[in-house]
Design a protein around this ligand. Structure first.
Ligand code: HEC
Length: 120
């Protein structure tokens, strides 16, 4: 009985801990390579073209990040509280378009990049 409870607790912990499907190592390679994120973003809090992305997963939840990284222009155009927060953080209130280039990553690659953002 005790081992069953232990197994259940363990399974639950793993399920919660790995609530995210992405692979951070692949995400890092995409961030620096095909995703072109590095062209505009540092992985610290320092600004480049866009804001430094340390803390990006605290400021934005994963579902929103997935939408944003997949289609920054479309997500910006749709608006909403998460977009308003980005506009305020980056002094872009009232701008019709984001300066973030549209992404060309597959949905699985976006998950990998988000997993990597969680390590920053
Ligand atoms: C051409 C430059 C450019 C590229 C390439 C780019 N971004 Fe951005 N990104 C920006 C800018 C600029 C902003 C801030 C919004 C604005 O000013 O329009 C931003 C905002 C963000 C934010 C929100 C930051 C916040 O304040 O919460 C995240 C997260 C993000 N980018 C991730 C990425 C990822 C991941 C990639 C690669 C797949 C990427 N960006 C590629 C320019 C870029």
């Amino acid at each position: 009985m005790r081992s069953v409870v232990l197994a259940m607790v363990l399974a639950f912990t793993v399920a919660v801990g790995v609530s995210f499907a992405g692979d951070a190592a692949k995400g890092e390679a995409l961030f620096n390579g095909a995703g072109k994120c590095k062209v505009c973003h540092k992985t610290t809090e320092a600004k480049l073209v866009g804001p430094g992305l340390a803390g990006a997963t605290k400021n934005n939840d994963d579902a929103f990040l997935k939408e944003w990284i997949s289609d920054s222009q479309g997500t910006w155009a749709k608006g909403g509280p998460a977009i308003e927060a980005i506009q305020k953080r980056n002094n872009k209130v009232g701008k019709p378009k984001t300066a973030m280039a549209p992404g060309k990553l597959t949905p699985a690659e976006v998950d990998d990049v988000i997993a990597y953002l969680h390590t920053l």
